[in-house]
Design a protein around this ligand. Structure first.
Ligand SMILES: [Mg+2]
Length: 367
């Protein structure tokens, strides 16, 4: 069976944050663009996606579609290597890797559908479920909004939550106190500074976060591009406070840089950025070889399947923006059960059906 056609669509969906905005340590955004890819072959269609700029959809149409059309629909990894070769001179990291990821996911979904099987059963699955942590807690939320969001995840049975920090360090102690009060002492509290701090600030906050609010996870205390800084913070962080990064790793070497020598206690990978399902399988091997756990960054509808195949799986970021968009875009998304997403082995592919009429109002033209 051959890959007959690759289509790319883009939809820009506004946030539901205060004043239409959401904010973390280093970015303010008003909307998120879903780049949705449909791969057709053998009379069926697979879907994949990435959260990216519309230019990633352009790249799918201008470069990637031709690289895989006519190729074997049952060997998605081979198709992905053809795509990576095709964008050598365009730029593989960044938007290139995100575009490849969306197509790779669509091709894996198509393969599973052609076999009449759930994607999780086609992959070399080690687990049957992926534990999640609730993630949001934007820096521009009011105290009430912050407390309500976190308490909502706890009420859903999710035993760990993450908030954004580092935008205004003077405001963080108050926000952390609100968060700890909202979730109680038994739920794990994580923080993400999105690279906002200097090394000195990060060392100071690592101590306070662990001691005063029992924080267990400190994500991107400094920029993940600052490998020396990240290592410095990790080596001096209190025991029990894990330093994490990896969401901006696009190619295998990016992950290796974080692992050797270790700059993180737990590696992160985004299936919609690092080369799709094919990319995650490679990162899984690196994390196993270095005996460092891997946590899934976002895109829960795909990550729930992909990360069942990760031996050293820690958990998955159940991110507010993405759970909202995926519920709008797809029928068949998974709800957390006992703090985990459990792919249904009886539903073909990713188990998703695109709700095209619901997405249509958000469509943006792919130039
Ligand atoms: Mg993050």
């Amino acid at each position: 069976m051959r890959i007959d056609e690759i289509e790319a669509h883009a939809f820009t969906i506004p946030t539901d944050g205060p004043g239409g905005r959401e904010q973390d340590g280093t970015l303010t955004w008003e909307a998120t663009t879903l780049v949705l890819v449909v791969a057709r072959g053998g009379g069926l269609a697979g879907v994949g996606y990435t959260y990216a700029d519309v230019s990633a959809a352009t790249l799918v149409q201008s470069k990637l579609a031709a690289a895989v059309t006519g190729e074997d629909a049952l060997t998605p990894a081979a198709a992905t290597h053809r795509m990576l070769a095709a964008i050598r001179n365009v730029g593989r990291p960044g938007a290139g890797a995100m575009a490849v990821s969306a197509v790779d996911i669509a091709l894996w979904d198509l393969k599973a559908r052609l076999l009449g099987r759930s994607l999780v059963t086609v992959l070399p699955a080690v687990h049957d479920r992926v534990p999640v942590y609730g993630s949001g807690g934007f820096t521009n939320y009011s105290g009430d909004r912050l407390a309500g969001q976190l308490a909502g995840w706890v009420a859903q049975g999710i035993p760990r939550v993450k908030i954004k920090t580092g935008r205004d360090p003077g405001a963080d102690p108050g926000r952390l106190a609100v968060a700890r009060k909202a979730i109680g002492d038994a739920v794990e509290l994580f923080t993400d500074a999105n690279g906002a701090l200097t090394v000195g600030q990060a060392r100071y906050w690592a101590g306070r976060l662990a001691e005063e609010w029992g924080v267990r996870w400190f994500e991107e205390p400094v920029s993940s591009a600052d490998l020396e800084g990240l290592r410095h913070v990790r080596e001096r962080a209190p025991g029990g406070l894990d330093i994490a990064a990896g969401e901006y790793a696009f190619v295998p070497r990016d992950f290796l840089n974080l692992l050797q020598p270790p700059a993180v206690d737990c590696l992160q990978a985004d299936v919609t950025r690092c080369g799709g399902i094919t990319g995650v399988l490679g990162v899984s091997g690196l994390s196993a070889a270095h005996q460092i756990d891997l946590s899934a960054h976002c895109a829960p509808a795909v990550s729930a399947h992909a990360f069942c195949a990760v031996e050293r799986l820690r958990h998955l970021e159940y991110f507010h923006d993405h759970t909202r968009i995926e519920a709008l875009a797809f029928d068949g998304i998974l709800e957390p059960v006992d703090g985990a997403l459990v792919p249904d082995p009886g539903r073909p592919g990713l188990g998703l059906t695109v709700k095209w009429p619901d997405l249509e109002p958000y469509r943006v033209r792919v130039p």
